[in-house]
Structure formats: C-alpha cells, structure tokens
Design a protein around this ligand. Structure first.
Ligand code: SF4
Length: 377
C-alpha cells in the first residue's frame, strides 16, 4: 500500500475533550484527531466494534428499546449493533476488508455485541422515548444521550455519552482497557475528559456533581467533580487550544512531539517522519514493533491457496535495531489492498505493528492480522 502523506496542519476553532487530551501529548497527533482523513488509514477492529457499542448505547439511552420487553430489548440491541458494525465495515479501509471477510469475523465481535446488548438492556428500561427540542425542554427529561454542548465562548464543544439530570451525573462509556495502574479506577485522561464535559454542562445551565466511567465489562467508577475543578480544566484547555492555534501554520513534521508516551497507539505512526527519526529499540515495549527498511530479496509462495510474500530487509530505522532481517509470510492481499502492485527489490517499506518471531540465528518478523499494516514510500 502507498503511504499516505502527512496532513496539512489547520487551526482548530472548537476543541473537544478528546482532541484536548491528544493535544496535551502531541500537536501533530492533535491535528490528525481534529482534521485527519480517517479513510486514509485502517481502523483497528476494536475501534470499529467500540463505535458499534456506543451506537447501541446511544439508541438505548434515547429510548429506542424502552417500549419492549426485556427479551426483545436484547434482540433489538443486538440488531442495532450488527447494523452499525456492518455499515462501518462496508466503508472501512480496504486493508481491514482484506484481512476479514465480514464484520462478524472481527476478533471479539460476539463479546462486544453481547456486552453492548446487556448494557443497553440495563439502560433501556430506565428511559422514556424523549421529546426532542430546545435545551430548556430537554432539561425537564430524566436524561439525554449525545447532547451537543458548546461553551459560552464557542471554544469548547462536545457530546457526553449520557447526562443523567436527576442524578446530576455525566456518564462516559469505555470499551477499551481499564487504566494500567490497577489502583486507579479512573485514569487521569478520563478524569480530564469528564471534568471538561462537566464544564460544558455548567455553561449550558445543567448541574453536574459527578462523572461516571462505565466500562464494557460492567464496572462503573464514579468521581466527584466540583465546579471549580471544571472551570480550572477549561482554563487549561483554552490555553492549550490558543498555543496550538498560534502554531497552526507549521508543518506536521515540526509540530510533532515524539516520545514513548505521545506515540503509544498513535494512528499517525506510519507517515510521521518525526516518529521514524526519533524511534529507538528501547521504545518497542511502549510503542510496539515498527520497522523501516529497504527490500533486498523477495520470495513468493502459495500456501493453502493464500499468496504470501517473504522479504529480506536491510532495516534502517524504527523501534528495532538496524541490520539484516526477514519479514515472513505477508499475505499479498494485505500488500496490495489499496490496488498497489507487489513489492519490488529496492522498495523502502514500513511495517507498522509487526511481531518478533525470532532473534537468532537470524532476525525474523511476522505480521499480525489485527494490527499490522505494510506501506511503501
Ligand atoms: S507518531 Fe508520535 S510524533 Fe508523530 S504524530 Fe503521532 S504522537 Fe506525534
């Protein structure tokens, strides 16, 4: 596949809590989060399933299943999940579709689907199908899902997953892993996001006392949010936004702030020159295995009807040491997913999220069906 170019930087007129969080780590990653072309890169399967999970919860919180009995709620919630996952899959990057034949073949599909259905059933019975209308009218309801809130100055905006007016709570659903620190029920990132949503709620006349992280495994963690903390976080967010916008004319490469913290799970890794200039083998534990090199030898084989390419590489950069290495058994369908031709000797390639198969006597990398992508420069 041909490596997409780094995007042009652009100013951000309105900062969302999720883009704020990314900007705290890297301005270039923040630019991608705000303006990047999502179709240029393959989604990870869990990101697609997470979106389907959120869509199911949104439907439940908007009262779509409220009039059904509990068995029918489960059935409808599963159908909502399937419809959303299917829609996303049809439009997904061709690499994801080259790796998996259908949405329901994605790893953990049924697990995400059942968790979404059970969570949706739990919330469905609590909701009344709401009358949509002006905010003042909505505040008379018990709760509201995905309500768009904007600060008085227009600089901060976002949609909390659920506002429970009666409980004075904001709820944010998380399908990803819990914080690495087992003692922290809510990560610093999650606290900042909830606190900024609370500020948006206050600025729209909605009283919020608590934020709730609702994980897909059923665990709920609650934090108290004071009005002072919310105002302080919003101050910081406005300062971060102003700093970003004051430099928004710089190139993506000079805006990039590579580090093991910033680059961990960054979707821009493949095309971010600053990452490749800075990455070291010591980064592998935090950021994964990323390899750039020049192909010196290419072998092709067909195993059980699958066309595979093995390459010998002169590794030049990445989170692995420079030198000789093989990358074994890459499906041709992955290399050519975007319509590119086969790899050629002398091509410079980047293999993002590879796996180490062996270190000696020779170094061998393998590709991973969930996360690996292969790009030519
Ligand atoms: S790879 Fe690292 S430096 Fe590049 S945009 Fe992402 S976080 Fe920033």
């Amino acid at each position: 596949m041909k490596l997409p170019p780094a995007p042009a930087m652009q100013g951000i007129t309105q900062l969302s809590p999720s883009v704020y969080e990314v900007l705290l780590r890297c301005r270039a990653r923040g630019a991608w989060a705000a303006h990047g072309d999502r179709t240029a890169l393959p989604l990870l399967p869990q990101a697609l399933l997470g979106t389907a999970f959120h869509a199911t919860m949104e439907a439940a919180n908007k009262g779509a299943f409220a009039s059904l009995d509990s068995d029918a709620q489960l059935v409808e919630a599963r159908r909502t999940f399937d419809d959303c996952a299917c829609r996303l899959f049809v439009r997904a990057h061709p690499l994801l579709r080259a790796k998996f034949s259908a949405a329901e073949k994605l790893p953990y599909y049924n697990l995400y689907r059942e968790r979404a259905a059970l969570e949706a059933q739990q919330y469905a019975g609590l909701q009344q199908p709401p009358e949509r209308g002006e905010l003042a009218a909505i505040k008379g309801e018990r709760s509201d899902a995905e309500l768009r809130l904007v600060s008085a100055d227009g600089l901060i905006g976002g949609r909390p997953d659920l506002i429970d007016y009666a409980a004075e709570e904001l709820v944010d659903y998380k399908t990803g892993p819990a914080p690495a620190d087992a003692l922290a029920e809510v990560s610093d990132t999650e606290v900042r996001q909830l606190t900024l949503y609370a500020h948006l709620a206050h600025e729209n006349g909605i009283r919020i006392e608590r934020g709730v992280i609702a994980r897909a495994n059923g665990v709920r963690s609650v934090i108290a949010i004071s009005r002072e903390d919310a105002t302080r976080e919003a101050h910081r967010a406005r300062a971060v936004l102003a700093d970003y916008n004051s430099r928004a004319t710089e190139a993506f490469e000079s805006a990039a702030q590579p580090s093991t913290t910033a680059c961990r799970f960054c979707p821009c890794t493949s095309f971010c020159e600053s990452f490749w200039r800075s990455a070291r083998p010591e980064w592998a534990d935090d950021c994964g295995i990323h390899v750039e090199g020049v192909t010196r030898q290419i072998e092709r084989a067909s195993i059980q009807g699958v066309e595979l390419t093995t390459i010998r590489l002169n590794v030049t950069r990445g989170t692995v040491a420079a030198g000789d290495a093989h990358v074994e058994q890459i499906p041709d369908a992955w290399i050519q997913a975007d319509g590119s031709g086969p790899l050629q000797n002398g091509d410079t390639v980047r293999i993002v999220y590879a796996r180490i198969a062996s270190e000696s006597p020779s170094r061998v990398f393998r590709v991973d069906r969930v996360a690996t992508s292969i790009w030519t420069l």
